[in-house]
Design a protein around this ligand. Structure first.
Ligand SMILES: Cc1cc2nc3c(=O)[nH]c(=O)nc-3n(C[C@H](O)[C@H](O)[C@H](O)COP(=O)(O)OP(=O)(O)OC[C@H]3O[C@@H](n4cnc5c(N)ncnc54)[C@H](O)[C@@H]3O)c2cc1C
Length: 454
């Protein structure tokens, strides 16, 4: 059997990649392992737009994969505060719906078969999948944290061990519980069926012959999850890690295999879906536009690096909330205290003149256009931030001419609405939120020079 893409790992990342590539007309073989996903996980509301991008939002909603989620939080000095917070996702249902959609799009699926180490051949790769020899032009490693392809991983924070269990009876009240204690944190999640999953997150240095029993006793320290543990405890690594090389010649890592998030962020599933999409786009570019392969790889590397940096800052800020009141090494080593933010973006008054941020440069950068990665124009506002190629989905090169003559703010808004319709309002807001544009108290006749590089 010969395919364009062989994808190993049937979690959200692998299935998303299979679905997108099949829809784009590529021959895909998705190899699923035999591990079952967790009963329930939490997801941010933004997961809906990713499902929309993958054309499965309606199907996922109809199948009741998501349930409204309130969270009872005991953290950073807040005691039993209750928040509305995204969704609890039934992972078995979600993965099943996604898989059905990938198969409908044309992906072939092999389940519970062994996959050999890949051999390079002139046309790409040869891999044994069960008793078949499969030729593939591109490999996608979506095999979760451990990954399938060899390669080094970089720890992004102190290691974290998850001790996962179920309670005989779930707690009453909110669907999710998050609780900090001096050297661990707890998390519990339940579905309307009454099924639940709980986890204690500890430093893996908790060792010794009493370890299993010490782990069981861990849960006694939670004041919110006060139920009896049933069945076996499962231990798994949960600290954030990223692959040193997320992409290479003829292969891409997607989802946790590229960048695994700390579960505290509740971003893993959403990030795996969008990571699967991006891995598919890199693969599509590799298969159809060979002249853009290097750009596509650069694009993907930058995205993974940027997501890893953002994750370290965001999740570290959550640990810092508790570290402010708990001096133990568990909290102090994981806390990230952000430097004070740059001056906040300023919104203009209607009669103020507005123009390009001084020092901003127009440069060329890899951009995602439709389903392909190519070289495009972007604005680099500050050296330490990512060049911005689109605002509200509109290429920046179509927007820049409208601010070149430093119009009055209200004139700019009118121009953008005339040119881009209702989206003009979003572009106007985006120009100032991204700090590409700013109000000026400068002479009205001064010109707005744009330096171009790249
Ligand atoms: C304790 C814990 C709690 C978490 N809670 C949350 C949460 O609340 N919210 C959230 O968003 N994220 C959470 N996460 C993270 C989330 O589960 C992952 O980020 C997400 O599942 C990653 O998706 P993936 O497709 O990359 O990998 P996975 O979902 O891990 O899928 C990888 C698949 O590859 C298969 N596989 C592995 N090796 C092979 C092989 N050699 N051959 C064939 N198949 C193979 C595995 O069987 C598996 O099915 C949590 C993680 C942990 C550890």
């Amino acid at each position: 059997m010969d395919v364009d893409a062989l994808i190993v790992g049937g979690g959200p990342a692998g299935i998303a990649a299979a679905s997108v590539l099949s829809t784009l007309g590529h021959r895909v073989l998705l190899v699923c392992g035999d591990s079952r996903p967790r009963v329930a996980e939490s997801c941010p509301p933004s997961i809906l737009s990713i499902l929309e991008l993958l054309n499965v939002r309606q199907e996922v909603e109809v199948a009741h994969c998501f349930h409204a989620r309130r969270a009872m939080v005991h953290w950073g000095g807040r005691d039993r505060a209750v928040f509305e917070a995204g969704f609890v996702v039934d992972r078995r249902r979600l993965d099943a719906v996604l898989l059905k959609s990938a198969v409908r799009a044309g992906a072939s699926v092999a389940t519970r078969v062994r996959v050999s180490a890949p051999q390079r051949v002139s046309s790409g790769w040869r891999v044994r999948v069960g008793d078949q020899s499969v030729g593939a032009r591109v490999l996608i490693d979506a095999a979760g944290r451990r990954g399938w392809l060899p390669g080094k991983r970089r720890r992004l924070s102190a290691p974290l061990l998850a001790v996962v269990a179920s309670l005989q009876r779930a707690w009453s009240g909110p669907e999710t519980v998050v609780e900090a204690v001096p050297d661990a944190w707890f998390w519990g999640m339940k579905l309307p069926t009454g099924e639940n999953v709980v986890a204690a997150f500890v430093d893996p240095s908790v060792r010794g012959p009493t370890r299993p029993c010490a782990f069981r006793r861990l849960f006694e320290r939670s004041s919110l999850l006060n139920g009896n543990i049933v069945g076996q405890l499962r231990l798994c690594a949960a600290g954030p890690v990223s692959a040193e090389q997320p992409v290479g010649e003829g292969w891409v890592r997607a989802g946790d295999a590229a960048l695994a998030y700390d579960p505290l962020s509740a971003q893993g599933v959403a990030a795996a879906l969008s990571g699967g999409f991006l891995a598919a786009v890199v693969t599509h570019t590799t298969l159809t536009t060979p002249e853009n392969i290097a750009i596509a790889r650069e694009f993907y590397r930058l995205r993974i690096t940027e997501s890893a940096e953002l994750h370290v800052r965001n999740v570290g800020a959550h640990y810092a909330e508790q570290a402010a009141i708990t001096a133990t090494p568990f909290w102090q080593t994981r806390a990230f205290r952000s430097p004070p933010p740059n001056a906040p973006p300023s919104s203009p008054q209607p009669g103020e003149r507005v123009g390009l941020q001084p020092g901003a440069r127009v440069t060329s950068t890899p951009v995602l256009t439709g389903n392909l990665i190519c070289e495009g124009l972007a604005v680099l506002v500050f050296d330490e931030t990512r060049p911005i190629a689109f605002i509200a989905g509109t290429p920046i090169e179509e927007i820049l001419p409208h601010i070149a003559d430093r119009p009055l703010a209200n004139e700019l808004k009118d121009r953008l609405v005339v040119r881009f319709g209702r989206q003009g309002h979003e572009i106007y807001r985006g120009l100032f939120a991204s700090q590409i544009a700013k109000p000026f108290a400068l002479p009205e006749n001064s010109s707005n020079s744009v330096e171009t590089t790249g």
